[in-house]
Design a protein around this ligand. Structure first.
Ligand code: PMP
Length: 332
């Protein structure tokens, strides 16, 4: 679907997958005026297909659009675009554990104009791809790498938006993380170098134990204007509160993590996002010998796995969707 200053959104169409025409002077190619979303469609046992909280993605796309000076798209048009694609691609929605159709809605500015100003023409597109299990051979705790000097986004920047530029700036730190044997990079506030923001493509949680050693609270960095307001994060906060766990959305520091693991008050850590749902974290590594490690045993934390099981259970329809998070895309 196309947007122009004069006509607004118009010309919605479903086209066969293939290259899209683009003028070499198109704004997106020069100034990175681009935003995207990521969500999944799940096939339930009765054959129907559902998407998980697609309106949340639509709302977040609009928050990103505002920051990137792109036009907002009515949320019902967003969901309708997703629904049409899932309906047409229904045969590509796989069935089975951890099998999904990954959906990638995105918006690009495509005015042919070399001056630096917000484009007066944009396009919104949705593409899809079947996605298999993120972990093959069971969920395994990963190591992550703390990036103190390289940031993905700075204060007042585009950190809270889901725009391509944030991911461009996280590619090098992610490569450095991989060179240290780490699955993901963890970014921290570039001013304090100790306050944790988020991972390259996931939000972070720590599990705090009470005096009896049992999980008492989930700690997660607050939405501070610099991190993505993750839909998995938001959903897990709800599920944890339903269980009577306290959830603290606040500033968390590497120091607090280190001291908590040492004194036994921080007992689990995990990352969450649409792609991997929940990834248990075993250790945080970084420059100057930083190593915070939950220990040799290397098994995913109990609360981590039980939240993972609950959320995927809701997504695949084997657990009750008591918050009305599922949106039926294709009926059985
Ligand atoms: N932070 C970043 C930087 C991300 O790219 C993602 C993935 N979209 C997340 C967090 C998690 O967000 P969500 O749960 O909505 O997938």
């Amino acid at each position: 679907i196309t947007w122009t200053q004069e006509e607004g959104w118009h010309d919605a169409a479903v086209l066969p997958y293939g290259p899209i025409p683009m003028d070499p002077a198109s704004s997106v190619l020069h100034y990175g005026q681009e935003i995207f979303e990521g969500l999944k469609a799940y096939r339930r046992e009765d054959g129907s297909i559902v998407a998980f909280r697609p309106e949340e993605n639509g709302r977040r796309l609009n928050a990103s659009a505002r920051r990137l000076a792109l036009p907002e798209l009515p949320v019902d048009l967003f969901v309708e675009g997703v629904r049409q694609l899932v309906t047409i691609d229904a045969e590509w929605v796989p069935s089975g554990e951890d099998q999904t159709l990954y959906l990638r809605p995105f918006m690009i500015a495509d005015e042919s104009f070399l001056g630096v100003r917000a484009a007066q023409r944009a396009r919104f597109l949705v593409i899809a791809s079947p996605a298999g299990a993120y972990f093959t051979g069971g969920v395994k705790p990963v190591s992550i790498w703390l990036s103190r000097d390289l940031a993905r986004a700075g204060r007042g920047g585009t950190g809270a938006a889901k725009c391509g530029g944030n991911y461009a700036s996280s590619l090098l730190p992610t490569r450095i993380a991989a060179e240290h044997g780490c699955a993901q990079v963890l970014f921290c506030d570039s001013a304090t170098e100790d306050t944790i923001d988020e991972l390259g493509g996931m939000n972070l949680f720590l599990v705090q134990a009470g005096a009896d050693g049992a999980p008492r609270a989930l700690l997660t960095p607050r939405i501070n204007g610099n991190i993505l307001d993750g839909i998995t994060r938001k959903s897990l906060i709800r599920l944890a509160e339903d269980r009577g766990l306290a959830v603290e959305e606040r500033d968390i520091t590497v120091t607090e993590w280190r001291e908590g693991v040492a004194d036994g008050s921080i007992v689990e850590a995990f990352a969450c996002g649409t792609a991997a749902v929940i990834t248990p974290i075993r250790r945080l590594l970084g420059e100057d010998g930083l190593s915070i490690d939950f220990g040799e045993e290397n098994s995913p934390g109990e609360l981590t796995m039980s939240l993972r099981e609950e959320l995927t259970g809701i997504q695949y329809g084997v657990r009750e969707d008591r918050h009305g998070w599922l949106s039926v895309m294709v009926t059985a």
